[in-house]
Design a protein around this ligand. Structure first.
Ligand SMILES: [Zn+2]
Length: 321
């Protein structure tokens, strides 16, 4: 028996996009408390949620949306990797759903328990950063830079608000390379291809519809976060996925996209690599690399994210020989 939702649920934190009957992307709204994208999949008799956002309040809306769209509370919740904005909402599903990640991601999570304990005892790190960024807004006149600061201010406010109630729930099931879920309507493959955006990423593919939820293996129309990546391995994964039958991709950040978006991300990584290699060949410093222009359309991407371009240049300058 198919569950047909009466209407698409709404939340101030995300927007539900129907990709196929029973397959939904939850795309983070600007200034909301989700901060990353999630997915809701009705397998038929089994409901899957892919990633749980950064805060319990956004995750509670996600759980409610999953129940409304599929007629069930989620049976399985997947954490694509260990970054906070993809699993700090786990508590909204605790005790109801099996929470799954790769072995490696689960191994990387306990350090956050200690960090959270310290932060709860002394939240001044967050409040000081909030005050500093609010002060920046007093003087910043560049509209793109203002937007980036406003986004960060909103994220800090949500984090501070969530802090007293935030409890970290770790996955209670782990896997190595592959899990296949079989429902009455469709199957889903949870896959891990090794090092990439982090050392523990997994992604969910729906072979019947050629749709995949990629977590932070993909950032669309914005610069990726690279601090924990294995640069070469990540590019190889993007290359492998782009050569598969998959056609529709839900990234960890940005709008739903296609192979074109995936290849554009790969081109960004290659353009950044070229920029660093050219600078190094000319005997230049990291400061020289920071002042070099990026080709179109990545020159536009430079302005998205307050310090992302600088962070990425510094990361790659250090890691490329
Ligand atoms: Zn990430």
């Amino acid at each position: 028996m198919l569950h047909t939702p009466q209407s698409i649920p709404s939340s101030e934190h995300f927007e539900i996009q129907t990709l196929s009957e029973g397959v939904y992307a939850a795309i983070a709204k600007e200034f909301g408390a989700a901060f990353s994208n999630s997915g809701i999949i009705d397998l038929g008799g089994l409901t899957l949620v892919f990633d749980t956002f950064e805060t319990p309040k956004a995750a509670e809306d996600l759980r409610a949306a999953a129940q409304s769209l599929t007629g069930r509370l989620p049976d399985y919740v997947i954490n694509s990797h260990n970054h906070a904005d993809h699993w700090f909402g786990n508590q909204a599903f605790a005790g109801q759903a099996t929470i799954i990640s790769t072995h490696k991601t689960r191994d990387l999570m306990p350090v956050y328990l200690e960090e959270l304990k310290t932060l709860k005892q002394n939240p001044s790190e967050l409040s000081t950063s909030l005050e500093e960024n609010l002060r920046l807004l007093d003087t910043e006149t560049d509209p793109q830079k203002r937007k980036a600061i406003e986004g960060y201010v909103a994220r800090l406010k949500h984090s501070l608000e969530s802090l007293p109630v935030l409890e970290l729930i770790l996955p209670n099931q782990t896997f190595g390379n592959k899990i296949v879920f079989y429902g009455s309507k469709r199957s889903a493959e949870l896959l891990a291809l090794g090092n990439g955006h982090t050392s523990g990423d997994c992604f969910l593919a729906l072979p019947e519809e050629n749709i995949a939820f990629l977590g932070d293996l993909a950032f669309f129309k914005r610069q990726p976060y690279m601090e924990d990546c294995d640069f070469t391995a990540w590019k190889n994964i993007l290359d492998e996925i782009s050569q598969s039958n998959l056609e529709t991709f839900v990234p960890g950040h940005g709008p739903v996209g296609t192979k074109t978006d995936l290849l554009l991300l790969l081109q960004y990584l290659n353009a950044l690599e070229d920029l660093i290699k050219q600078t190094k060949l000319a005997g230049g410093s990291v400061e020289n690399a920071l002042s070099m222009p990026m080709p179109e359309p990545f020159d536009e991407w430079r302005h998205i994210g307050q310090h992302r371009f600088e962070d990425n240049v510094r990361f790659l300058f250090q890691h490329l020989s």
